[in-house]
Design a protein around this ligand. Structure first.
Ligand code: HEC
Length: 107
């Protein structure tokens, strides 16, 4: 009987672990950058770095798209998919985003 209680007890513990909420470490969506934020909060030097990174990493699989092709909202959607396709660091990814958004089409 004691053995059965232990087995049942373990079953409950396992069930509780399985039902525990998903890890809190999932990145919560960072507030999206806009054209205005990119222009105001990044230096000319940072935007120039972003341009160099863009040229080096964003034309390897396809042509280098003109940054004025899309507005900032559309670019954010695209960059959310494309930056992870590159091997740039998070910091460099942000510089790419700043350069692209600062020069994106007007809304
Ligand atoms: C590993 C290959 C790869 C890299 C690196 C890459 N892309 Fe792409 N890109 C793709 C593929 C594949 C598509 C077409 C399918 C899609 O839209 O997901 C695409 C599509 C696009 C489009 C067209 C989207 C549309 O909706 O018309 C744009 C713009 C773009 N990429 C920009 C970028 C930028 C900016 C970077 C650098 C941050 C980048 N790509 C890096 C593979 C890549």
């Amino acid at each position: 009987m004691k053995k059965l209680a232990i087995i049942l007890g373990m079953g409950i513990v396992v069930t509780m672990i399985n039902c525990s909420p998903k890890k809190a470490s999932q990145p919560s969506a960072a507030p999206q950058m806009t054209k205005a934020i990119a222009q105001e909060q990044y230096t000319i030097a940072q935007l120039a770095s972003g341009q160099a990174l863009y040229a080096a990493h964003c034309g390897t699989c396809h042509k280098l798209y003109k940054v004025e092709t899309f507005n900032d909202a559309k670019w954010n959607q695209i960059l959310n998919r494309m930056i992870p396709k590159t091997d740039v660091s998070t910091t460099d990814g942000t510089l790419i985003r700043a350069y692209v958004l600062a020069n994106a089409a007007q809304n």
